[in-house]
Structure formats: C-alpha cells, structure tokens
Design a protein around this ligand. Structure first.
Ligand code: PLP
Length: 320
C-alpha cells in the first residue's frame, strides 16, 4: 500500500531513528499497544524542516519540547539524545537521496515522545524523517483559502483554563485535523480559529479575537499611509508559541519593520495588507481568501518568504 503524496519524490519513504542513533524501517513496530499515546493521544512532539540535511531551529524545538513536557507531566529524554537521533535520521535520509531529486532537499523531521504505558518512568522517543509533502511546497506559492472557525474559547478563557493545553504541542491533534477536514468540506484549504464560546459568539467581528490555525500561527501585515509597516501576530494567550513566527518577527524587526504581539480581531484580519499562516515545515502560506472573500497582498509574500529564508524563495512556480 502506498502512503503520502504520490507527486512528491520519495513520498512513500520515511526514516525512523531511535535515541541511541539506530536507524530502522518505518515498517518495524515501535509502540506498545497500551502506550497512552495510542490509547489517549498522550505525549508531546515537535516538527521542523531540514534543508539539505540541516535541521532548522533545532535548539528552539528542543526547548519547546521541554515546555510541552512540563505542561503535560511527561518526562522526555534529554536534548542530546534527541540530537543523536536527528543526526542519525538525517544522515540516513540524505544517503538515500537521488542526485536527480529536487534541490534543495526538504525533509520534515518529527521528534515524537509518546507518554508510554501507565507508570512508565520516561516517554519513549524517536525521530521520523519524511519528504515535505508537495502540497506544502505548492501552498507557499499558491496560498490557502481559509474559513474562520469558532475555537470554543477566548484568549483569556484559555489563560484561565490551563488544562486546555493551548501552549503545549501534544499528540492530541484530533480536533485540529477535524477543523481542517471541516474547512475542506467548505471548499477551503485551511482554517483560522477565532475566539468562541458563550462569551465570544455574541461579540462583533471588531471585538472577536483571532487565535491561530490548526497547524500554524497567523501573521498579518499593516501599512500605514505614512509608509510604516508592521507585522502583527496574536498574543500568546490560547495559542502555541510558534517558532516560525518568532523567527519571522525577529528577521522583520532587523529589516526595519515594526513588529508586535497584539489582540487581532476578525475586522483586523479583513483590513490587513497581507496575511500568512506560518509554521516550521510549510514555512508560509499566504491567505488568498477568507470565508470566500478573495484578497491580494501584492508583492508582500515575496518579502516575507525572504525574511523566513524559504528555500527557493517560496514564491516561484509551484514545484512538485
Ligand atoms: N499553532 C499550532 C496549533 C501548530 O500546530 C503549529 C505548528 O505545528 C504552529 C502554531 C506553528 O508553530 P511552529 O512555527 O513552531 O511550527
């Protein structure tokens, strides 16, 4: 049986590396049937991109893995053991690369820590390396149409309910995946979560906050008539502390943009000069429509892609 995107070179390939540096086939069973990750989606993970065998922002991902572990009481292996596995996985991945393959070679690197069976002293850990899906690469250029979906809580509601784990990257992505399926059933490509719940749904679009997307952070650009340019992303209440958006804001700041974390409302979204979904593997996807209303950010995506150091500029012809 074939898995993955058939258009992508090496789409069906996947390398698994254990924390001692052993590399094994994805066909070799790894988890116990009673692992709480299998039974309840318990555990934490990270995803990053490796370009020509070099993982991006690995230290930041290891630091956030530790935060997620702390928030969920999962004991994760030490960073050096993860580094060993990442290195081994990427070495095996790169050695299998065809000289005729797409350049640069972009691979998705996942660091996965399932909680383990009840009472396990430490999460098991493994690293998985696979091809960046063709659709991710394509969406950097073609963008995504989004629908706005009620998340069921407000930023302040999430801050008051730490058990929602909005700031942990856990293996429980069932709701996020359901949101993506819902978006696709509405003819969109992706979704943006907005504040929901009893205290939000009666508020106007000028009051209702934007949170994040199911697998990415939201960033928008504003230009003032005087020419000042600002990149804005929602405050951290109720959203994952995205590593890509942090990197983007830092690079934009160095390039002369004003940058801020602030309350972003639905009205702000519609009024923005550009909106992007940013995340570690896809890197960026310009938003081309919101709830069926088309939008255009002119040439800003090219500039944002350069700030994010997107391989190939990200906005060239969509490649497979
Ligand atoms: N928000 C959510 C819910 C995510 O799942 C992700 C990435 O997977 C992000 C934001 C973006 O985070 P990062 O840029 O660290 O990949």
């Amino acid at each position: 049986m074939s898995y993955g995107d058939p258009v992508t070179e090496r789409a069906n390939e996947c390398v698994v590396a254990l924390l001692d540096g052993t590399v094994q086939s994805v066909d070799v069973p790894l988890l116990r049937p009673d692992d709480l990750a299998v039974l309840r989606g318990e555990g934490v993970f990270e995803t990053t991109l490796a370009v020509d065998g070099e993982p991006r922002d690995l230290d930041d991902h290891l630091a956030r893995l530790a935060v997620s572990a702390e928030l969920t009481d999962v004991v994760v292996p030490e960073p050096d053991r993860w580094r060993t596995a990442v290195e081994a996985g990427l070495a095996a991945w790169s050695s299998g690369r065809s000289p005729d393959g797409p350049a640069p070679d972009e691979a998705v690197v996942r660091l996965i820590a399932p909680r383990g069976p009840e009472g396990a002293p430490e999460a098991a850990g493994y690293v998985m390396v696979s091809a960046l899906p063709a659709v991710s690469r394509r969406q950097r250029a073609t963008g995504v149409r989004v629908v706005l979906l009620d998340r069921g809580f407000t930023p302040s509601g999430a801050a008051a309910a730490p058990w929602l784990l909005a700031q942990a990257k856990t293996l429980s992505y069932g709701i996020n995946m359901a949101a993506l399926r819902w978006a696709r059933s509405q003819g969109a490509d992706d979704a943006v979560f907005v504040a929901g719940g009893a205290d939000a749904t009666h508020r106007s679009a000028g009051e209702r906050e934007v949170l994040e997307a199911p697998t990415s952070s939201v960033v928008l650009a504003r230009r003032t008539p005087s020419g000042e340019r600002t990149l804005v992303t929602p405050t951290l209440d109720g959203v994952l502390d995205g590593i890509t958006v942090r990197r983007l804001l830092a690079a934009a700041g160095a390039a002369g943009w004003a940058t801020t974390r602030a309350t972003v409302t639905i009205d702000d979204l519609h009024a923005a000069d550009g909106i992007w979904l940013v995340s570690s593997a896809r890197l960026l996807a310009p938003v081309t429509a919101i709830d069926g209303i088309a939008r255009d950010d002119g040439d800003l995506t090219r500039e944002i892609a350069a700030l994010l150091d997107v391989p190939g500029g990200g906005t060239g012809p969509a490649s497979a």
